[in-house]
Design a protein. Structure first.
Length: 136
C-alpha cells in the first residue's frame, strides 16, 4: 500500500540515468527524472528530479522539486520543495521555500532554505513543509 502511494506521489518516471552511466552537459526535462549515475553540468526542469543513492551530480540544479539520496555538488534551486534523505550528501547553496532534511543527511552550505528559514533541523518537518513519506 505504501509503495502504491509513493508511486502516485512521484508519478511516471520519464527519463532514467542508470548506475554506471555518465552524462556531461545540460539535462532539460519535463515530468519526473531519476538519476542513479553521474551527471556533470546543469539540470533544468519544472517538475521532480530524483537522485538515487548511487547518483552523483556536479551540477547547477534548477527544478520544481528534488528528492535526493545521492551526492550533489553545486547550486540547487527548487521552486517547491527539497527532500534530503538519509544517505544524501550536498555541498553548495540551496534555495527553496521548503527544505526537509532527514537524519543522516549531510549538508555543507552557504545558502538558505527560503521559507523554511536559515536554521535547519534534522528529521523534523518545518513550517510550510507537509510530510511526503516518499521513498527513493
Amino acid at each position: 500500500m505504501a509503495r502504491e502511494r509513493d508511486a502516485q506521489q512521484i508519478g511516471e518516471i520519464k527519463a532514467f540515468l542508470g548506475e554506471g552511466t555518465e552524462f556531461k552537459g545540460v539535462l532539460s526535462f519535463q515530468g519526473t527524472v531519476r538519476i542513479d549515475g553521474r551527471l556533470e553540468g546543469e539540470v533544468v526542469g519544472d517538475e521532480l528530479l530524483i537522485v538515487g543513492e548511487g547518483g552523483i551530480l556536479r551540477a547547477n540544479v534548477d527544478v520544481g522539486s528534488l528528492i535526493s539520496n545521492g551526492k550533489i555538488e553545486g547550486t540547487i534551486r527548487a521552486k517547491k520543495r527539497i527532500e534530503l534523505l538519509a544517505s544524501s550528501r550536498v555541498i553548495g547553496k540551496i534555495s527553496t521555500p521548503c527544505l526537509v532534511v532527514m537524519e543522516g543527511a549531510e549538508r555543507s552550505h552557504n545558502g538558505h532554505a527560503g521559507g523554511c528559514g536559515d536554521e535547519w533541523r534534522r528529521g523534523q518537518r518545518r513550517h510550510g513543509c507537509p510530510a511526503s513519506g516518499t521513498r527513493v
